[in-house]
Design a protein around this ligand. Structure first.
Ligand code: GTP
Ligand code: SPV
Ligand code: MN
Length: 612
């Protein structure tokens, strides 16, 4: 890292102290320094030395606790303020010039008004702190058009996390040259430190804004230090801003895992999957198949950027460099490959529990130890009231450590997608797997996707809501325009046969007593095998009102110890349950007004007719 300036003259220093000649960047850094008045400015180079300096400082500040290096090399335990634990959707804004461009699914404030409000919040907000300049690139730096961003932040925790989650530092800054366009991402925890004042381990502010200015490709975030609120390359850039870029330029930025699936015969298929937050993307992306002979390799676990190749196919790139995964439920039985990734160290664990011998623990990781320090920092025993770890506690770890990483991960062209899965968390109604009849039907399935809310966002958990393409909190423009953009992909493809086939999955259907009807995790390979069979044209399917499903015997259940009756229930399409869905879908579509593509209204009518 290089320290370029001191407080008093932060704004006016000459460029030789700054490791770039990028005028636009320099001007912006000085402008923000003048506004936020940090004590110093640090240009991050992404080096090992910088990582150690940052993490040592965070340990000294009490934000991080170093874990036992013998168990967790170069790894740290973090606890947040108990009010700063997840994305804040009600404080997230799309500040498009025209409110119609934000649509019915986003909060909107006029951009000038939002900037006025936030400028006053930012004024002096970095007093007593360091402003870090974090140059980063979403996706490979050697891409034809590398997707640069620079985050200015006063949180060293964010810097350390960005080093794991993105390609970051001196090499990116060099690649930006002196005039590359970049997304301006401004972040502050909103906790200025007056001279002599004591800091807290997790500074943040009760006032929070996560604002996006789509026309100018800017992000302004204030008040939160956590996850998608503060690691601005992730949801803010790679989904909300990038979805607008994709609308303007003819591509898709999606909340999707990307996997490479290889059959026992060696046939390779690339599958993308959109499931809402905390609904199974990371687990599916790293799956250890229970079906012999099948292999799953990981390209991405959360975000996919999909562009048409010269061959007319949709090629997907994972813009991220790390995994920011849900900790609870992750275990050697459910996701052994995540456990192996974490065992290599170099990770930050946030809001999990710490064991007395310097390791981490969370719910679902085998038997609980007799004593833990929980995510509040309190003593915890198996008799304690609440869970030891926050339900949205996370591990942050380099994706390159995943034993399942596909070689194609590094390829700037990405991988050609054969199938898109949509999936949600539904106790009832939605069958284990179904296949769309065609592209428009597939878009209809995505546009009407529903799921129970999870702890990944603040608010009530377990409430069924529409979550189109698992993008409800992330579509950076009008959802009706977004659906039209998806529909238009068929025209863009030229040859519709080259578009991915679309499937709808639900790993979370339950029996009357609340038990999962399908064992999930590695057993999901059985569903993937059927999907691969559909792509090959070898697997049978039967028509139902909601799509095509595997007939009895079509799923390979050999060696599965789940009751076959449960599997049958998991696959069931119940016309009564589906009829009960119709008013909700109609209501949802009505919120799109005249922006709802007519073909989707036609699909709903057709579904209604098939269920009658
Ligand atoms: P985000 O990172 O928030 O976008 O979440 P995600 O979609 O990557 O979800 P993830 O894979 O982290 O899974 C979330 C939770 O669901 C974890 O507690 C998992 O253990 C659980 N889970 C994942 N896959 C399955 C499954 O197939 N069956 C069941 N029952 N639970 C699952
Ligand atoms: C999600 O909520 O979908 C996440 C976690 O992947 S966060 O980065 O906080 O958005
Ligand atoms: Mn996610």
């Amino acid at each position: 890292m290089s320290i370029s300036t001191t407080p008093t003259d932060a704004a006016d220093r000459v460029p030789e102290h700054e490791p770039t000649a990028h005028r636009g960047l320099l001007a912006w850094v000085r402008e923000i320094a003048r506004l936020t008045t940090p004590d110093r400015i640090v240009w991050c180079d992404g080096s090992e030395a910088e990582w150690h300096e940052l993490t040592d400082g965070l340990v000294a500040a009490g934000t991080l606790v170093r874990l036992d290096p013998a168990k967790r090399p170069n790894s740290f335990w973090a606890r947040t303020d108990p009010t700063d634990v997840a994305r804040v959707e009600e404080r997230t804004f799309i500040c498009s010039a025209d409110p119609a461009d934000a649509g019915p699914t986003n909060n909107w404030v006029e951009p000038a008004e939002m900037k006025l409000t936030m400028t006053e919040l930012y004024r002096g907000c970095m007093t007593g702190r360091t402003m870090y300049v974090v140059p980063f690139c979403m996706g490979p730096v050697d891409a034809r058009a590398p997707m640069f961003g620079v985050e200015l932040t006063d949180s060293p925790y964010v810097v350390a996390s960005m080093r794991i989650m993105t390609r970051m530092g001196a090499s990116v800054l060099a690649a930006m040259g002196d005039d590359a366009p970049f997304v301006r991402a401004l972040h502050s925890v909103g906790a200025p430190l007056e001279p002599g004042a004591a800091d807290v381990a997790w500074p943040c502010n009760d006032t929070k804004f996560i604002s996006h200015f789509p026309e100018t490709r800017e992000i302004w975030s204030y008040g939160s230090g956590y996850g998608g609120n503060s690691l601005l390359g992730k949801k803010c850039y790679a989904l909300r801003i990038a979805s607008v870029m994709g609308r303007d330029e003819g591509w898709l930025a999606e909340h999707m895992l990307i996997m490479k699936l290889t059959s026992p015969q060696g046939v390779v298929r690339y599958v993308a999957g959109a499931f809402p937050s905390a609904c199974g993307k990371t687990n599916l992306a790293m799956l250890e198949p229970t079906l012999p002979g099948w292999t799953v390799e990981t390209v991405g676990d959360d975000i996919a950027w999909m562009r048409f190749g010269d061959d007319g196919r949709l090629w997907a790139v994972n813009p991220e460099y790390g995994l920011f995964g849900v900790a609870p439920g992750t275990d050697h039985r459910t996701n052994p490959n995540a456990m192996k990734t974490l065992a290599k160290g170099n990770s930050i664990f946030t809001n999990v529990a710490r064991t007395d011998d310097g390791d981490v623990w969370w719910e679902g990781m085998g038997e609980p130890p007799a004593h833990l320090t929980d995510w509040h920092g309190d003593d915890w025993t198996p008799d304690s009231d609440g869970p030891s770890s926050h339900p949205n506690s996370r591990f942050c770890t380099p994706i390159t450590q995943a034993p399942t990483l596909a070689a194609e991960y590094h390829d700037p062209r990405g991988v050609p997608i054969d199938a898109i899965l949509f999936g949600g968390r539904r106790r009832t109604t939605v069958p284990l797997v179904s296949e769309a009849r065609d592209w428009v039907h597939g878009v209809f399935l995505g546009a009407t996707l529903s799921s129970e809310t999870t702890a990944a966002a603040t608010g009530k958990v377990g409430v069924v809501r529409r979550d189109p393409m698992a993008m409800l909190p992330f579509i950076g423009y009008h959802a009706g325009d977004y659906f039209a953009h998806w529909i238009d992909m068929e025209k863009r493809a030229g040859d519709a046969a080259k578009l991915p086939k679309v499937f709808y999955v639900n790993w979370f259907r339950r029996g009357d007593d609340g038990r999962f009807l399908w064992p999930g995790f590695g057993e999901n390979s059985r569903v993937l095998a059927w999907i691969a069979g559909r792509l090959d044209g070898t697997a049978p399917a039967v028509e139902t009102p909601v799509g095509m499903v595997p007939p009895p015997g079509a799923l390979d259940l050999s060696g599965l110890d789940t009751d076959p009756a449960d599997v049958e229930l998991a696959l069931r399409v119940d016309a009564d349950e589906w009829r009960a869905e119709l008013p909700g879908i109609a209501e949802w579509f009505a919120t799109m007004g005249d922006k709802l593509p007519a073909v989707l209204a036609t699909e709903l009518d057709a579904l209604r007719a098939r269920l009658a």
